[in-house]
Ligand binder design. Structure first.
Ligand SMILES: *Cc1c(COP(=O)(O)O)cnc(C)c1O
Length: 389
């Protein structure tokens, strides 16, 4: 059987395998020196003071919301086009996700709609750097600053991306930035995530929530009289720890991030060149302010130009061996959210985007032949399905 070109896949080499093997043979499997080392390296890359490694991007979002103090009936603004985890983390805390529409050209938060969605109950904004392209972070920060809102940046797609010259996570525009190291992301620890922040108070809370709410920090202990075995539980935390084995992989992968992202950029440039001028097709916009981490490559097929629904185009790609995907279904379309009372019509730009979007394969290990094939099949799509033909 012909192998299908996936939309994304990891790139694990001998060095990664060597690093993991070494960790397996060491004294530490769980919370050893590699966790601290990985945190230090990600913090240093982002330019942030503190980092807390956790077992997934979703856990990172959860403890970020907990550290932000999100609780019952607090409203948190989330873009409608994102992975469900960006909104679920609000529900975990008893809060209410308020869906905000996205910009038509970047699919990042539309700051005008953001302003409209703020109420007296709004406590935070979770902005998503869609497809690896940082959102309008300066404007989001300005709006949040005026209203006293906490900004959590979901940079699951954006490790290594830059905004106005600073690496995402630098802390100028967000109180906490989260990354995911799931296998399809820009680097991987299989599953894994991290929160970076410059705020020491938030950092201490994140540490507590990561590990059962337990502390051994002498400054924090309420009872100072017991012995060296003693620890205290101060909040209801979780076990969200990332293993030393996974951090070994993370450290090794991080060394390649620069090359990975450079390769992603090359492929995107090639795609853009091939697709930009094709009728009925739109590519994502990237402003001059940003350097995208190019996590996803999305094409939009304008329904006015095609004689079939997006679904038929999607099926055509799949039959041609191209593992296309769709990112994302508006979060509030999901039956669980429908049950909570969310209805269609909330975010019109997001809804229209969803009708048109198809994600093409993009990953550093992609070969020239695979890229050429994706471009050729896209041209076949136009020849077959355009109204003009
Ligand atoms: C992948 C992803 C997450 C969740 O990360 P996991 O590590 O899979 O838990 C959250 N938000 C966005 C935008 C993502 O793409």
């Amino acid at each position: 059987m012909k192998r299908i070109i996936p939309y994304a896949t990891q790139w694990i080499d001998k060095e990664d395998i060597g690093a993991v093997t070494k960790a397996l043979k060491s004294d530490y499997l769980t919370q050893g020196p590699r966790v601290k080392e990985f945190e230090k390296r990600v913090a240093s890359l982002a330019g942030a003071k503190y980092a807390v490694a956790v077992n997934s991007g979703t856990s990172a979002l959860h403890i970020a919301c907990l550290a932000a103090g999100i609780g019952r009936n607090d409203e948190v603004i989330v873009p409608a086009i994102t992975f469900v985890a960006s909104a679920n983390c609000v529900l975990y805390c008893g809060g209410i996700p308020k869906f905000c529409d996205v910009r038509e050209d970047t699919i990042n938060i539309d700051v005008n709609d953001l302003k409209k969605k703020i109420t007296k109950k709004t406590k935070a904004v979770i902005s998503v750097d869609f497809a690896g392209c940082p959102a309008d972070l300066a404007e989001i920060k300005k709006i949040a600053g005026k209203k006293g809102l906490i900004v959590i940046e979901d940079a699951s797609h954006a490790l290594g991306a830059k905004y106005k010259g600073d690496y995402v996570g630098y802390g100028k525009y967000s109180d906490m930035t989260i990354f995911s190291f799931h296998a399809v992301k820009n680097i991987t620890t299989a599953e894994g995530g991290m929160v970076v922040t410059n705020n020491e108070r938030l950092y201490k809370k994140l540490l507590l929530f990561r590990s059962h709410g337990i502390t051994r920090d002498a400054d924090l202990l309420q009872n100072k009289n017991d012995g060296a075995w003693y620890y205290e539980m101060h909040v209801l935390g979780y076990n969200y720890r990332l293993t030393d084995i996974q951090c070994a992989l993370g450290i090794s992968q991080l060394k390649k991030l620069g090359n990975f992202n450079a390769r992603r950029r090359e492929i995107v440039t090639e795609y853009d060149k091939a697709f930009q001028k094709l009728p009925g097709i739109k590519v994502l916009h990237r402003s001059k302010d940003v350097e995208s981490a190019n996590h996803l490559y999305v094409l939009r097929f304008d329904s006015k130009y095609f004689k079939c629904p997006r679904k038929d185009i999607f099926e055509f790609y799949r039959k041609a061996g191209i593992g296309v995907n769709v990112h994302y279904i508006p979060v509030y379309y999901h039956p669980f959210y429908k049950k909570l009372g969310y209805r269609r019509g909330l975010c019109p730009v997001s809804e229209k985007y969803y009708e048109e979007a198809i994600t093409l394969p993009l990953y550093p290990k992609m070969t020239k032949t695979q890229i050429t094939r994706v471009i050729a099949v896209t041209k076949e799509v136009l020849a077959k399905f355009s109204k003009n033909n």
